[in-house]
Structure formats: structure tokens, C-alpha cells
Ligand binder design. Structure first.
Ligand code: ZN
Ligand code: CU
Length: 469
């Protein structure tokens, strides 16, 4: 068995012993000695994958909804991304759940008045994965402001700071933003800086789905760098990409900016390995896309999986009218270029995260295939990066950026979050046409020393923990 330990160092032959939920030993010839020895001839043992970007706030606690992640070798998910978190509850009296907060569930699902209530829920009803949780800026805006198409007032910023303080006190990983979405778009940079300063003071992380990932992507990276500089906050750019044909190639500029900023600031980034994105129905995103497939629609559930242009043709209207009729809903948007994807994936600091949407009727395949796709397609088939580099982007490098102690490496004393896979066959099988297929080549997954997945099946174990900062 080859151990790829998550540090980026070359793989080496060894056995790994697990005891008391931790890695007890990593050396040759351990068989028979320790409590439990993980073995697999011709296999690779790596740290369990840390999905740095998810919307699994609810799914992580539901074993069936976690199957797409567990079957890929994921052992920890970061929830609360893109400005959208389940807690603290974004509902104001009688209000319905606005888009894109509705990606996480219906009104009844927002049952956690404070962030600490969500943490308690995770601890009392553990699932098969560990959970680290961000608090969403849009969620805080929704619970604070009567109308979101404007900057927050000084009093509203104070109210959001109080909610943020409660969340940080309760162990939140940090704050996320989704500045591209209408409910957050009107937040000026100064509003973000005011909150980011508190995150920096607590030593936590700021993640951002930037204001514009298309024509304005360079300006958005500049804004993000400015937020990091003004507040001193450790920053993670979410799902970095360049959308829309006219903007292909801009990643050469954005990565150069990030590389330069990294000389003085803490700025990292993540991506998913696909050239289509997915989110709620948005006119702007439709216009930036070459093809749009409906992922879900509450008003027309039977249309999920259909092409938006075809629906419009069938209805005898234009695509924007069709989109309005299909709301509330979400879609898969084909809008990126493979060259940008590979450039971002091979940029040494980038991390891998799925951005999967677990409640969509016809989800983007990234929910089921992200990690095996990097290992099978980009490492083995294309040779864009080494297996060791790819694993580090899913484990050791990720744990470092997130500040997750004693996770992300195969190392004695670390928590036993592990994945055993076949480097010759590991591959995603979920496609745009058939998105709910488990990956191939994942043999076994352990979380805190307990087996969660073996021989293609999820076990009964629910060893996931809340990873408090
Ligand atoms: Zn996002
Ligand atoms: Cu996201």
C-alpha cells in the first residue's frame, strides 16, 4: 500500500494503524500489532478529503443526503458558503426564504435561531462526515434588514456584528459572502470590511463568492485583495473561475494578482473541476452561458433536467420569460473554458471543493464527482498535476488554510480521517446527463477511526463531529 500523506511529499510504502479514533502508527510491517491496520495491495491511502466549499448545512446531518460525499472519500465538509448559512435563522416574521438562501431548504428547515443552536444540533445528531461551519453575510443581512437592495445602515451593521460575534463565539470557522447575488450586491466594500475586521480580530477566515466572476472578475479580485488589506483578514476566494466567452483567459491576470498579493497577505482560493457552474435562476448568468439546463423548479418540477432554450421554444417565449416562469428554481450553466480551469487547478495554492447542491432535483455532477474527477481525469488521464499535489489540495493544504488542527495528514497522532482508493481506476461517473452516479475506485473511508464507506455502501456509523474554531 502507498501512503500519500497530504503534505505534497512523494508517496511511500507503509501500513497505517488506527486506535482510539487516531492514527497510531505509519510504518512498514505493522500487520497484527496494533488495534486495527488499514491495508490494500496496490491501493493508495490518503487523508480523507476535506470539501472546502459545500452547501451541506442540512445534508451533512442526513446520512442519505451525505452519500454523494461519503462515496467520493470526503470526511469533512465546510458549510455556510457563498454568504448563505442555515444559521442563525434568516427568517423575519412571516417572510419566505429568499433566493439564493432557498438553496439550503424551505422555511421549516431554518430552525436554528442562533448559530450555537446549529452547532448543538450537529453535535447531538452526528452524520457520517465532520462539519466546519461558516456564517453567511447574506443570512445576517436577511435577518437584519427589511429591504436588501441598499447598503446596511450603521445600526444594521452593529446588529450583524452582534450576530457574527455570537457565531464566532460558538465556534464558527468564519464569515462567507455571496456578493454576486442580488440580496448582497448592494453591500458596499465598506460594509464587508466592517465585518471582516471582527473576523480578523478573532483569527478566523473570510470566504468570498466575489461580486463578479465574468467581465468584472479582475475588478472583483482587486476588491477582495483590498478587503483583505483593509481588514487584515485571512481570505479564501470561492470557486474561482472566469465566466462568459469574452472573459476566457482572464485567469492569467487574476492568478498573477493573487500571487502578488500573497507576498504580503493571506489569500487562498478554491475551485471545482468542471466548466459549468450551478446556482439559482439568474438572468445575468443565463446571458453569460452557452447552454443552460434546469436543475430544479418549484413552479414546474417536471421541467428539471430540460434545456432552458427548449423550454422557451415549447412555451413560445424568450428564455428570460421562461426563466421568470420557472422561479423559484436553479440551473446548470455551461459558461467556462477548460484552459482557465486547468490554469487555476495547477496554480499551487488552489484547493479543491465541490460547491455541490445536495437538494437540487437534477444536480450538477460536481456534487457526486469532484474529488475522483481530479484524481482520475486531471491526474491520471491528463497528467496536469501529480497525485501528491492533487491530494494535498484536498487535504493537508486545505486543513492549513482552514486552521483545522490534527487533520488533513496521514501522520501519527492525527485524527483517523482516511480514504483508501485505487489510483488506476478512481474516476467520477456522474455526468451532466446522469448526475447522480457514485464515483468508481473508492474502496474505504474512515472518519475519526470509524468506517463510513466500504464496498460501495455506506455503513451505519455516524462518527462526524462539529469542528469548532
Ligand atoms: Zn458561490
Ligand atoms: Cu457555493
Amino acid at each position: 500500500m502507498t501512503v500519500v500523506d497530504g503534505s505534497g511529499a512523494a508517496g511511500f510504502a507503509a501500513d497505517v494503524a488506527v486506535a482510539g479514533g487516531r492514527i497510531a502508527a505509519v510504518e512498514r510491517g505493522l500487520a497484527g500489532e496494533a488495534a486495527e491496520v488499514v491495508e490494500g495491495a496496490g491501493r493508495v491511502l490518503a487523508p480523507g478529503f476535506i470539501d472546502v466549499h459545500t452547501h451541506d448545512d442540512r445534508a451533512a446531518l442526513d446520512a442519505a443526503a451525505s452519500f454523494p460525499k461519503v462515496s467520493q472519500g470526503v470526511t469533512t465538509v465546510v458549510v455556510g458558503n457563498c454568504g448563505v448559512s442555515l444559521a442563525p435563522s434568516p427568517l423575519r416574521d412571516g417572510n419566505e426564504v429568499i433566493a439564493p438562501i432557498n438553496l439550503l431548504g424551505k422555511a421549516a428547515d431554518f430552525a436554528y435561531p442562533r448559530f450555537a443552536d446549529y452547532r448543538r444540533w450537529v453535535e447531538e445528531t452526528p452524520g457520517p462526515v465532520n462539519v466546519a461551519a461558516l456564517v453567511g453575510h447574506m443570512t445576517l443581512r436577511a435577518r437584519t434588514m427589511d429591504r436588501m437592495e441598499r447598503p446596511a445602515t450603521a445600526a444594521e451593521i452593529e446588529a450583524m456584528r452582534a450576530d457574527l460575534a455570537e457565531a464566532l463565539e460558538a465556534g464558527a470557522l468564519g464569515l462567507s459572502t455571496g456578493l454576486a447575488y442580488p440580496p448582497s450586491r448592494f453591500a458596499p466594500t465598506s460594509e464587508i470590511v466592517a465585518l471582516a475586521r471582527d473576523v480578523a480580530a478573532a483569527g478566523r477566515l473570510f470566504t468570498t463568492h466575489m461580486r463578479d466572476e465574468a467581465g468584472g472578475v479582475v475588478a472583483s479580485v482587486a476588491e477582495t485583495i483590498s478587503i483583505a488589506r483593509q481588514s487584515g483578514v485571512r481570505t479564501l476566494i470561492s470557486h474561482h473561475k472566469c465566466c462568459g466567452e469574452g472573459n476566457f483567459g482572464l485567469s492569467a491576470t487574476t492568478l498573477a494578482m493573487i500571487a502578488e498579493a500573497r507576498e504580503t497577505l493571506s489569500i487562498d482560493l478554491d475551485l471545482y473541476p468542471y466548466t459549468a457552474s450551478s446556482t439559482v435562476l439568474m438572468e445575468r448568468t443565463v446571458k453569460e452561458s452557452r447552454k443552460v439546463t434546469l436543475a430544479w423548479s418549484d413552479s414546474h418540477p417536471d421541467m428539471a433536467g430540460r434545456d432552458l432554450a427548449e423550454i422557451a421554444a415549447e412555451w413560445g417565449c424568450d428564455v428570460i420569460t421562461a426563466l421568470e416562469r420557472l422561479r423559484p428554481g436553479g440551473a446548470v450553466y455551461h459558461q467556462m473554458d477548460e484552459n482557465d480551469l486547468v490554469r487555476i487547478l495547477t496554480f499551487p495554492p488552489s484547493l479543491v471543493g465541490s460547491d455541490g447542491l445536495p437538494h437540487d432535483k437534477r444536480p450538477h455532477p460536481r456534487l457526486w464527482g469532484t474529488f475522483p474527477r481530479v484524481l482520475g481525469h486531471y491526474v491520471r488521464e491528463r497528467g496536469d498535476l501529480s497525485l501528491e499535489q492533487a491530494v494535498a489540495k484536498m487535504t493537508g493544504q486545505t486543513a492549513k488554510v482552514l486552521g483545522l488542527a490534527e487533520r488533513g495528514l496521514v501522520k501519527p497522532g492525527h485524527h483517523a480521517d482516511l480514504v483508501l482508493f485505487d489510483p488506476d481506476t478512481v474516476i467520477d461517473r456522474a455526468t451532466y446527463d446522469d448526475p447522480e452516479e457514485p464515483a468508481a475506485g473508492i474502496d474505504m473511508v474512515l472518519v475519526n477511526g470509524a468506517v463510513t464507506y466500504e464496498k460501495g455502501t455506506m455503513t451505519e456509523n455516524r462518527p462526524g463531529r462539529f469542528l469548532a474554531s
